[in-house]
Design a protein around this ligand. Structure first.
Ligand SMILES: [Zn+2]
Length: 220
């Protein structure tokens, strides 16, 4: 047992040193998304950088606030020389890192201003969690929308996808189901006695969109 844990400890140390943080200075040449920039290194090589710990709305899939996130990040970074602290790059040679500009932590700023989501899969920090909480409470940027914003990793595009509810429905986890029946313009709870033939389960949103009214007996 002891040998095993020592071995594990050694492996852990080796992995750790392999992932030691590196710092590079690069100049930002373009902003491709609210979480992705292209930069030029000191040796004039293009280097793509993804902001660690954040996920921006997907512009290519027409997600709301995608363009605004690009604009916000461009205003902060375009043409600037930044410091990127990173411990890993992905298979495409893209660096995933912490972007610093004159002591400002840009990843966190983007979350705090409600331009992007905190994405714990690429990096996490209590500051990012808190920044998102505050942005949400303060209804900043994408959190100010009437519709509940959908996280980019859940966004698949298309007209139908506007809210988290919609996503849940797609994933088969819709808890807001109501029931409609033939020859009636009312929607009901599942066990309502008014429900007879041709009963169909739909989401409340859809029922309302189809102009069904809530049943006055079961009060769904
Ligand atoms: Zn009813």
């Amino acid at each position: 047992m002891k040998t095993a844990s020592v071995t594990i400890l050694i492996i852990a140390c080796v992995l750790n040193s392999a992932q030691a943080a590196t710092e590079i200075k690069v100049r930002v040449t373009s902003v491709r998304a609210g979480d992705m920039i292209t930069t030029l290194t000191s040796t004039n090589v293009d280097q793509e950088i993804k902001l660690a710990g954040v996920a921006a709305p997907k512009v290519l899939l027409k997600q709301p606030y995608g363009r605004r996130a690009i604009k916000a990040l461009s205003n902060k970074l375009l043409g600037e020389t930044i410091t990127v602290i990173h411990s890993r790059s992905d298979m495409m040679g893209q660096i995933i890192g912490k972007v610093m500009l004159d002591g400002r932590w840009i990843n966190q700023e983007m979350v705090a201003e409600g331009h992007v989501w905190h994405d714990p899969t690429t990096a996490t920090a209590p500051e990012l969690v808190e920044a998102q909480q505050a942005a949400r409470t303060g209804r900043k940027g994408l959190w100010g929308d009437k519709a509940k914003p959908v996280a980019p990793w859940k966004w698949t595009g298309g007209k139908g996808q506007a809210t988290d509810e919609k996503w849940k429905e797609k994933a088969g986890k819709n808890t807001d189901a109501v029931y409609v029946a033939e020859r009636s313009n009312k929607y009901h709870r599942k066990k309502c006695r008014r429900l007879r033939e041709g009963v169909k389960e739909v989401s409340r949103r859809r029922a309302e969109k189809w102009s069904y009214k809530p049943c006055s007996i079961c009060k769904p």
